[in-house]
Design a protein around this ligand. Structure first.
Ligand code: FPP
Length: 250
């Protein structure tokens, strides 16, 4: 299982629950989709901020498995925004050697969106400098259940012994096993919950919740989250380096 970055003052992997687009729009008497549009600008700002600061992994919770329950118009609008974002962002990804990655049930997405996602993920496949990971039709429980099913199939086929199933093996069956666990999970708009995001991978993540609504979350707010992260002492269940037990990291 990828180790979290124990002693870094800067996170290797930041994951964000981008919440509050609807409220931002409602406060202005605008349709919800306008909030998502403004939120796309925050996405661009945060991608840029990660790039400038050398943060290698950025995961964005762009669409959850539960989001399909929203009105058809809003879902369609979000899918269009995603396609537009990919087209706008592609040049940036190439210019800065950033690889686009996906986690979630891609099979649920409309054909046009899948085509565009396939195209950009393939075109950026060889890049290593940064990883932009979009969680699309993503649910943490679905990810874990899917891994469990695939492991059960391997056991049934005689390729795997039940005794070999431990944390390290289990994590190899998740959507993107090579990506290190997030060091920092940011949630905007004040809600104190994970909402089915990266349930396995968040075990030791530092959580940062800000009341700022996602469309208002720009470079300055991101910087504040990073500052707060750099002040946290991460112990991973041990006693922590300052108490003389750095080997207790587990
Ligand atoms: C939550 O706000 C946000 C979403 C469900 C979608 C996030 C999408 C974007 C930021 C834009 C498109 C994404 C990319 C990657 C270009 P909400 O609608 O639940 O807000 P509310 O809780 O205030 O109603």
């Amino acid at each position: 299982m990828p180790e979290p970055s124990a002693m870094l003052s800067r996170p290797l992997h930041v994951a964000i629950i981008m919440d509050g687009n609807g409220r931002w729009a409602a406060q202005r008497g605008l349709p919800r989709l306008r909030g998502h549009e403004a939120g796309t600008e925050s996405v661009q700002a945060v991608v840029r901020a990660c790039r400038d600061r050398g943060i290698r992994y950025l995961t964005l919770y762009a669409f959850s498995v539960e989001n399909w329950k929203r009105p058809r118009e809003e879902v369609g609008g979000l899918m269009n925004l995603l396609v537009r974002f990919l087209r706008d962002q592609e040049r940036e990804l190439h210019a800065h050697a950033i690889r686009l990655r996906l986690i979630g049930r891609q099979e649920d997405l409309p054909e046009e969106v899948r085509r565009e996602l396939d195209r950009v993920t393939n075109a950026t496949r060889s890049y290593e400098k940064g990883h932009l990971i979009l969680a699309l039709s993503y649910g943490g429980r679905t990810e874990i259940a899917t891994a469990a099913r695939r492991i059960a199939e391997q056991v049934k086929a005689g390729h795997l012994e039940p005794a070999a199933v431990d944390e390290a093996l289990f994590s190899r069956f998740l959507y993107a096993p090579d990506i290190p666990d997030p060091d920092l999970i940011i949630r905007t708009s004040g809600e104190m919950r994970l909402s089915n995001f990266l349930l396995w991978q968040s075990a030791y993540a530092e959580l940062y919740v800000t009341p700022v609504l996602w469309p208002d979350f720009r470079e300055r707010e991101f910087e504040a989250a990073l500052d707060e992260f750099s002040r946290r002492q991460r112990r991973f269940g041990g006693l922590g380096a300052e108490e003389g037990s750095s080997e207790a990291v587990s």
